[in-house]
Design a protein around this ligand. Sequence first.
Ligand code: MLT
Length: 246
Amino acid sequence: MDTPETDNRPKVECCPSPTQYSLYKDEYDIIVVIDVLRATSAICAAFENGVEKIIPVSTIEEAQTYQKQGYLVAAERGGEVVEGFSFGNSPFSYMKDEVKGATIVLSTTNGTKTINTAKGTGCVVIGSLNNLEALSQWLQEQKKNILCLCSGWKEKLNLEDTICAGAIIDQLLATGLFRSSEDSSIAAKYLYLSARNNYFGYLKSSSHRRRLKRLNLNKDIKYCLTPNLTKVIPYLVGDTLMLMEN
Ligand code: MLT
Protein backbone atom coordinates (compact mmCIF):
# COMPACT_ATOMS: atom_id res chain seq x y z
CA MET A 1 0.00 0.00 0.00
CA ASP A 2 2.98 2.36 -0.48
CA THR A 3 1.98 5.62 -2.09
CA PRO A 4 4.95 7.74 -3.07
CA GLU A 5 4.15 11.38 -3.90
CA THR A 6 4.66 10.66 -7.60
CA ASP A 7 2.17 7.80 -7.70
CA ASN A 8 -0.58 8.95 -10.02
CA ARG A 9 -2.52 5.72 -10.19
CA PRO A 10 -6.19 6.07 -9.24
CA LYS A 11 -6.95 5.36 -5.61
CA VAL A 12 -9.33 2.94 -3.96
CA GLU A 13 -10.27 3.63 -0.35
CA CYS A 14 -12.76 2.67 2.35
CA CYS A 15 -15.10 5.07 4.14
CA PRO A 16 -16.15 2.98 7.16
CA SER A 17 -19.41 4.81 7.95
CA PRO A 18 -21.73 7.23 6.14
CA THR A 19 -21.08 9.74 8.95
CA GLN A 20 -17.53 10.13 7.62
CA TYR A 21 -18.57 10.58 4.01
CA SER A 22 -18.09 14.36 4.05
CA LEU A 23 -14.37 13.75 4.72
CA TYR A 24 -14.00 11.84 1.45
CA LYS A 25 -16.69 12.87 -0.96
CA ASP A 26 -14.96 15.41 -3.18
CA GLU A 27 -12.12 13.13 -4.22
CA TYR A 28 -13.88 10.17 -5.80
CA ASP A 29 -15.44 9.46 -9.20
CA ILE A 30 -17.15 6.21 -8.26
CA ILE A 31 -18.87 5.49 -4.94
CA VAL A 32 -19.56 1.83 -4.16
CA VAL A 33 -22.34 1.68 -1.55
CA ILE A 34 -22.11 -1.50 0.54
CA ASP A 35 -24.71 -2.98 2.91
CA VAL A 36 -24.00 -6.71 2.90
CA LEU A 37 -26.67 -7.54 5.54
CA ARG A 38 -28.88 -7.03 3.64
CA ALA A 39 -29.85 -4.02 1.53
CA THR A 40 -27.27 -4.14 -1.24
CA SER A 41 -27.42 -7.95 -1.39
CA ALA A 42 -31.21 -7.75 -1.73
CA ILE A 43 -30.88 -5.08 -4.44
CA CYS A 44 -28.49 -7.33 -6.41
CA ALA A 45 -30.89 -10.28 -5.95
CA ALA A 46 -33.76 -8.12 -7.22
CA PHE A 47 -32.00 -7.16 -10.44
CA GLU A 48 -30.75 -10.72 -10.92
CA ASN A 49 -34.37 -11.82 -10.75
CA GLY A 50 -35.77 -9.35 -13.24
CA VAL A 51 -36.74 -6.27 -11.24
CA GLU A 52 -36.44 -3.32 -13.61
CA LYS A 53 -35.93 -0.35 -11.29
CA ILE A 54 -35.53 0.36 -7.59
CA ILE A 55 -36.19 3.74 -6.04
CA PRO A 56 -34.26 3.90 -2.72
CA VAL A 57 -35.92 6.19 -0.19
CA SER A 58 -34.62 7.14 3.23
CA THR A 59 -37.81 7.51 5.29
CA ILE A 60 -40.98 5.53 5.93
CA GLU A 61 -42.98 8.68 5.13
CA GLU A 62 -41.52 8.79 1.62
CA ALA A 63 -42.24 5.07 1.24
CA GLN A 64 -45.88 5.67 2.26
CA THR A 65 -46.22 8.48 -0.25
CA TYR A 66 -45.11 6.15 -3.05
CA GLN A 67 -47.40 3.44 -1.71
CA LYS A 68 -50.41 5.78 -1.97
CA GLN A 69 -49.46 6.40 -5.60
CA GLY A 70 -49.75 2.66 -6.28
CA TYR A 71 -46.09 1.67 -6.30
CA LEU A 72 -44.87 -1.69 -5.05
CA VAL A 73 -43.10 -0.66 -1.83
CA ALA A 74 -40.74 -2.57 0.46
CA ALA A 75 -39.75 -1.26 3.89
CA GLU A 76 -37.53 -2.63 6.65
CA ARG A 77 -36.50 -1.27 10.04
CA GLY A 78 -34.36 -3.12 12.55
CA GLY A 79 -34.34 -6.21 10.31
CA GLU A 80 -38.15 -6.55 10.23
CA VAL A 81 -40.75 -5.77 7.60
CA VAL A 82 -42.47 -2.49 8.54
CA GLU A 83 -46.17 -2.93 9.27
CA GLY A 84 -48.31 -2.01 6.30
CA PHE A 85 -45.75 -3.01 3.68
CA SER A 86 -45.84 -6.26 1.80
CA PHE A 87 -42.15 -7.09 2.05
CA GLY A 88 -38.86 -5.88 3.44
CA ASN A 89 -35.25 -6.54 2.79
CA SER A 90 -34.86 -10.27 2.37
CA PRO A 91 -33.15 -11.23 -0.92
CA PHE A 92 -35.69 -14.07 -1.17
CA SER A 93 -38.58 -11.57 -1.38
CA TYR A 94 -37.15 -10.48 -4.71
CA MET A 95 -37.16 -13.93 -6.27
CA LYS A 96 -40.90 -14.05 -6.92
CA ASP A 97 -42.72 -13.70 -10.22
CA GLU A 98 -44.63 -10.62 -9.04
CA VAL A 99 -41.46 -8.52 -8.99
CA LYS A 100 -40.29 -9.34 -12.52
CA GLY A 101 -40.27 -6.18 -14.64
CA ALA A 102 -41.44 -4.11 -11.64
CA THR A 103 -40.33 -0.80 -10.24
CA ILE A 104 -39.92 -1.21 -6.48
CA VAL A 105 -39.59 1.53 -3.90
CA LEU A 106 -37.30 0.42 -1.06
CA SER A 107 -36.60 1.91 2.36
CA THR A 108 -34.18 0.21 4.79
CA THR A 109 -32.58 1.09 8.12
CA ASN A 110 -29.17 1.99 6.73
CA GLY A 111 -28.61 0.93 3.12
CA THR A 112 -31.05 3.18 1.28
CA LYS A 113 -30.05 6.15 3.44
CA THR A 114 -26.43 5.59 2.50
CA ILE A 115 -27.30 5.41 -1.20
CA ASN A 116 -29.05 8.75 -0.85
CA THR A 117 -26.09 10.19 1.08
CA ALA A 118 -23.86 9.36 -1.88
CA LYS A 119 -26.36 10.56 -4.50
CA GLY A 120 -25.15 13.40 -6.70
CA THR A 121 -21.48 13.14 -5.76
CA GLY A 122 -20.20 10.72 -8.41
CA CYS A 123 -21.24 7.52 -10.11
CA VAL A 124 -23.00 5.48 -7.39
CA VAL A 125 -22.88 1.70 -7.80
CA ILE A 126 -24.13 -1.10 -5.56
CA GLY A 127 -21.63 -3.51 -4.02
CA SER A 128 -22.06 -6.73 -2.09
CA LEU A 129 -20.27 -10.03 -1.71
CA ASN A 130 -22.88 -11.43 -4.10
CA ASN A 131 -21.59 -9.35 -7.05
CA LEU A 132 -17.99 -8.99 -5.87
CA GLU A 133 -16.11 -10.40 -8.84
CA ALA A 134 -18.17 -8.75 -11.59
CA LEU A 135 -18.09 -5.42 -9.77
CA SER A 136 -14.33 -5.57 -9.11
CA GLN A 137 -13.71 -6.37 -12.77
CA TRP A 138 -15.83 -3.40 -13.89
CA LEU A 139 -14.19 -1.07 -11.35
CA GLN A 140 -10.77 -2.12 -12.55
CA GLU A 141 -11.68 -1.22 -16.13
CA GLN A 142 -12.84 2.31 -15.18
CA LYS A 143 -9.40 3.47 -13.95
CA LYS A 144 -11.06 6.09 -11.74
CA ASN A 145 -10.81 7.06 -8.04
CA ILE A 146 -13.07 4.68 -6.13
CA LEU A 147 -14.56 4.96 -2.66
CA CYS A 148 -16.11 1.95 -0.94
CA LEU A 149 -18.78 3.53 1.27
CA CYS A 150 -19.92 1.21 4.05
CA SER A 151 -23.47 1.64 5.36
CA GLY A 152 -22.65 0.26 8.82
CA TRP A 153 -25.38 0.07 11.44
CA LYS A 154 -27.03 3.31 12.60
CA GLU A 155 -23.92 5.34 11.81
CA LYS A 156 -21.52 2.89 13.48
CA LEU A 157 -18.99 0.67 11.75
CA ASN A 158 -19.95 -2.92 11.07
CA LEU A 159 -17.77 -5.88 10.22
CA GLU A 160 -19.53 -7.25 7.14
CA ASP A 161 -19.51 -4.02 5.12
CA THR A 162 -15.88 -3.34 6.06
CA ILE A 163 -14.93 -6.87 4.99
CA CYS A 164 -16.66 -6.40 1.63
CA ALA A 165 -14.87 -3.06 1.14
CA GLY A 166 -11.60 -4.87 1.98
CA ALA A 167 -12.36 -7.54 -0.61
CA ILE A 168 -12.85 -4.92 -3.35
CA ILE A 169 -9.73 -3.05 -2.27
CA ASP A 170 -7.69 -6.26 -2.19
CA GLN A 171 -8.80 -7.25 -5.69
CA LEU A 172 -8.09 -3.83 -7.18
CA LEU A 173 -4.69 -3.47 -5.48
CA ALA A 174 -3.72 -6.93 -6.75
CA THR A 175 -3.97 -5.59 -10.33
CA GLY A 176 -1.20 -3.08 -9.60
CA LEU A 177 -3.35 -0.41 -11.28
CA PHE A 178 -4.57 1.26 -8.06
CA ARG A 179 -3.11 2.76 -4.92
CA SER A 180 -4.52 2.98 -1.42
CA SER A 181 -3.24 4.81 1.64
CA GLU A 182 -5.97 5.42 4.21
CA ASP A 183 -5.75 3.43 7.47
CA SER A 184 -9.44 2.55 7.07
CA SER A 185 -8.56 0.81 3.78
CA ILE A 186 -5.63 -1.07 5.32
CA ALA A 187 -7.88 -2.20 8.19
CA ALA A 188 -10.62 -3.26 5.74
CA LYS A 189 -8.16 -5.26 3.69
CA TYR A 190 -6.77 -7.07 6.74
CA LEU A 191 -10.26 -7.83 8.00
CA TYR A 192 -11.11 -9.31 4.63
CA LEU A 193 -7.94 -11.42 4.58
CA SER A 194 -8.80 -12.82 8.04
CA ALA A 195 -12.43 -13.51 7.12
CA ARG A 196 -12.32 -14.68 3.51
CA ASN A 197 -12.18 -18.43 4.14
CA ASN A 198 -15.24 -18.45 6.39
CA TYR A 199 -17.36 -15.30 6.37
CA PHE A 200 -20.19 -17.00 8.24
CA GLY A 201 -17.97 -18.17 11.11
CA TYR A 202 -15.96 -14.97 11.21
CA LEU A 203 -19.10 -12.87 11.58
CA LYS A 204 -20.62 -15.13 14.22
CA SER A 205 -20.57 -12.47 16.94
CA SER A 206 -21.11 -9.44 14.71
CA SER A 207 -24.00 -7.24 15.78
CA HIS A 208 -26.24 -7.53 12.73
CA ARG A 209 -25.62 -11.25 12.28
CA ARG A 210 -26.83 -11.72 15.88
CA ARG A 211 -29.81 -9.43 15.25
CA LEU A 212 -30.87 -11.29 12.09
CA LYS A 213 -30.31 -14.68 13.74
CA ARG A 214 -32.68 -13.64 16.53
CA LEU A 215 -35.23 -12.93 13.81
CA ASN A 216 -34.69 -16.44 12.32
CA LEU A 217 -33.02 -15.01 9.24
CA ASN A 218 -30.02 -17.35 9.06
CA LYS A 219 -30.97 -18.31 5.51
CA ASP A 220 -30.70 -14.65 4.48
CA ILE A 221 -27.34 -14.30 6.22
CA LYS A 222 -25.93 -17.33 4.39
CA TYR A 223 -27.19 -16.00 1.06
CA CYS A 224 -25.76 -12.51 1.64
CA LEU A 225 -22.37 -13.93 2.66
CA THR A 226 -22.02 -16.06 -0.48
CA PRO A 227 -19.66 -14.42 -2.97
CA ASN A 228 -20.29 -14.18 -6.69
CA LEU A 229 -23.88 -15.34 -7.02
CA THR A 230 -24.55 -12.73 -9.70
CA LYS A 231 -22.86 -10.49 -12.23
CA VAL A 232 -25.36 -7.61 -11.91
CA ILE A 233 -24.09 -4.10 -11.22
CA PRO A 234 -26.94 -1.82 -10.15
CA TYR A 235 -26.18 1.90 -10.43
CA LEU A 236 -27.95 5.13 -9.68
CA VAL A 237 -29.49 7.18 -12.48
CA GLY A 238 -31.05 10.27 -10.92
CA ASP A 239 -33.13 8.90 -8.04
CA THR A 240 -33.44 5.39 -9.42
CA LEU A 241 -31.28 2.28 -9.39
CA MET A 242 -31.02 0.59 -12.77
CA LEU A 243 -29.11 -2.36 -14.10
CA MET A 244 -25.86 -1.48 -15.80
CA GLU A 245 -25.43 -3.07 -19.23
CA ASN A 246 -21.91 -4.49 -19.05
C1 MLT B 1 -30.19 -1.96 6.38
O1 MLT B 1 -30.44 -1.27 5.38
O2 MLT B 1 -29.92 -1.47 7.45
C2 MLT B 1 -30.17 -3.45 6.37
O3 MLT B 1 -30.22 -3.95 5.13
C3 MLT B 1 -31.03 -4.05 7.45
C4 MLT B 1 -31.56 -5.45 7.17
O4 MLT B 1 -30.88 -6.43 7.38
O5 MLT B 1 -32.69 -5.60 6.73
